[in-house]
Design a protein around this ligand. Structure first.
Ligand code: HEM
Length: 141
């Protein structure tokens, strides 16, 4: 097997490393005043989906697909008001978690690239759609 056939999942050390990554990431989400209100009270189910998705995405077992079906991630994120600020908080927590776990190159860059692009793709609230303006009724004359 050539190097190019080794998945990121295998490169980093499989399940235990992804478990640690997701634990660290969720600790940061829990402490984040921008992100915490967006997430449900019970973080555990989402944490498990995140673990199953990421292990699958990076070349590990296809457990997310078996248990949850097609990811359709952008659609699954539509209920949450994800603006640029929320995206930046999310991404910074993920990038910091990657370094706290101690993931080496080339897996580190592959993961960073994916999270940078993926988090941008998840933005669904843009400045022109300011949520306060949408919710403010026109003034009565
Ligand atoms: C590459 C970027 C991202 C990936 C791979 C990702 C992945 C996921 C996955 C796999 C789930 C669980 C889906 C399911 O229920 O099956 C999820 C849920 C969620 N994500 Fe993301 N996400 C990303 C970016 C973001 C961003 C930028 C935000 C907000 C700033 C966000 C907020 C949420 C929230 C609020 C949930 C629901 C959590 C829950 O129900 O417990 N995600 N995400």
């Amino acid at each position: 097997m050539s190097d190019s056939e080794i998945s990121v999942y295998d490169m980093v050390g499989g399940d235990p490393i992804f478990r640690r990554l997701v634990d660290l990431f969720y600790d940061k989400v829990q402490a984040d005043p921008v992100l915490r209100p967006m997430f449900p009270d019970d973080l555990e189910p989402g944490k498990q989906w995140q673990f199953l998705f990421l292990t699958q995405f990076f070349g590990g077992p296809t457990r997310y697909a078996q248990e949850r079906g097609h990811p359709r991630l952008r659609m699954r994120h539509m209920p949450f008001p994800i603006n640029q600020t929320a995206r930046d908080h999310w991404l910074n927590h993920m990038l910091e978690s990657i370094d706290e776990v101690g993931i080496d190159e080339p897996a580190r860059s592959a993961m960073r690239d994916y999270f940078e692009r993926g988090s941008t793709f998840m933005v669904n609230l843009f400045p022109s759609e300011n949520i306060d303006e949408q919710q403010t009724k026109p003034e009565e004359s």
